[in-house]
Design a binder for this molecule. Structure first.
Ligand code: HGY
Ligand code: MN
Ligand code: MN
Length: 409
């Protein structure tokens, strides 16, 4: 079966042109107008491929190919997300959705039949930039969060997700989980440097690291930047800086696999000559091992307690999301290796450093992922790039893995 490579590549580029703001940044946050435009485009391509489209109550969208013969059997599913971070690249998530549509469209156009229905999903709010937790749509789909609770999420802009889904016309009626998956395979860019640096074409993703997101609020005392002696200060800004460098210190311990990021920070009153009395910031900590991740969380909590005493500040934390590490299905990982080999593509096993919808689908069914290389490992950045031949190679492996799982003939 041949994929229509041109169609897939041009669609990725077309979707990549949706949601470019006045400063030229690509931003499609969950349920905003740009996300709606992206969703409309993808739903159109699903219909063009002759798929039945469906939207569930948390706005996950699906393209389903079922026949008289296979209707009612558990479906083989693929997919990813089309929402982005701020100033994003064009491949993260979108690649898996567009390639999934391409594979199913090509199977149909080749006149092949499958013993199982095939479906491609675009899950709501994978990135978690506007609403927490991240990987939200697939978490609701897998039963890890109720649709009600998810729809009640209040965004960083004060909007309510359920209302936004209504507003953009994607508050669907299907019950999350309505399609029972027999297996789920997600194609994604690696977003890291390993495949390219080591010269591999395909990553057979066998596991995924745990993620801990917190919002930390530190309250000190507002005062004059010039007249206040250092010993009198209760500086929320300095305390926040100590937390950020403490976490970097944990990551730099010999042999540590922990990574930690403070991506958002706000001071108030945020004036050049005023000691900030408030710092609100996020801490994203990850590690492939659950007990180590818990140890990192405990060390951070102990450090915050100590900081309250040493700096005379008050600190409160808010859990935003927490995912344990996930092991993917060994059988599907072997299928990825088998078909990479069939296509003469060098392949290595790899851990996903990023959170993925697949980690939630793994709660429901045998699940694994396929990675294509990311140039220089850059992602969550407009310079994100994967060469066309690598995009196509990954989609060909996806086609074969899905074909075997759905018993195409
Ligand atoms: O944050 C992540 O790892 C993913 O991009 N949502
Ligand atoms: Mn992604
Ligand atoms: Mn991402």
């Amino acid at each position: 079966m041949e994929l229509n490579e041109k169609r897939m590549i041009s669609r990725l580029a077309e979707l990549g042109r949706v949601g470019i703001d006045a400063e030229g940044r690509r931003i499609r946050l969950a349920a905003d107008d740009a996300d709606r435009a992206g969703r409309d485009l993808v739903m159109g391509w699903m219909r063009e491929a002759g798929l039945r489209t469906a939207v569930d109550r948390i706005g996950n969208i699906f393209g389903i190919w079922e026949t008289e013969e296979n209707r009612g059997r558990d479906a083989v599913m693929t997919g990813s997300h089309i929402d982005t971070v701020i100033n994003a690249g064009q491949y993260d998530g979108c690649y898996g959705v567009i390639a999934g549509i391409e594979v199913i469209a090509s199977l149909r156009e080749a006149g092949l039949r499958t013993e199982r229905p095939l479906a491609v999903a675009a899950f709501t709010n994978e990135e978690g930039v506007r609403y927490s937790p991240d990987m939200m749509g697939s978490l609701v789909y897998a039963g890890g969060l109720s649709a009600e609770a998810a729809c009640a999420s209040v965004g960083i802009d004060g909007t309510v997700l359920g209302e936004e889904l209504e507003r953009i016309g994607y508050a669907g009626t299907e019950e999350p989980g309505f399609l029972k998956p027999a297996a789920f395979v997600e194609l994604h860019i690696e977003q890291g440097p390993i495949l390219e640096a080591e010269g591999y074409r395909i990553g057979a993703v066998e596991d995924l690291q745990g993620i801990s997101w917190q919002r930390i609020t530190i309250e000190g005392e507002q005062n004059h930047a010039g007249t206040t002696p250092t010993s009198y200060r209760h500086d929320a800004g300095v305390a926040a800086a100590k937390v950020i460098t403490f976490m970097r210190g944990r990551c730099l311990q010999p042999g540590s696999r922990t990574v930690s990021t403070t991506g958002c920070i706000e001071f108030s009153p945020n004036a050049i000559n005023v000691i900030p009395d408030k710092a609100v910031f996020t801490v994203d900590v990850r590690n492939p091992d659950e007990s180590t991740l818990q140890a990192e969380e405990k060390a951070l909590a102990a450090f915050l307690e100590e900081l309250e005493k040493t700096d005379g500040v008050r600190i409160r934390t808010e859990r935003l999301s927490r995912f344990k590490p996930v092991l993917f299905d060994a059988g599907i990982v072997r299928l990825v290796e088998k078909y990479a080999g069939k296509h003469g593509l060098s392949c290595r096993r790899i851990t996903s450093g990023a959170g993925q919808d697949a980690q939630n689908m793994a709660l429901l069914c045998p699940t694994a992922m396929i990675f294509a290389p990311s140039h220089k490992g850059i992602s969550h950045n407009p310079a994100e790039y994967t060469a066309d031949e690598d995009l196509i190679a990954g989609a060909e492996v996806l086609a074969d893995v899905l074909g075997e799982l759905a018993e195409a003939h």
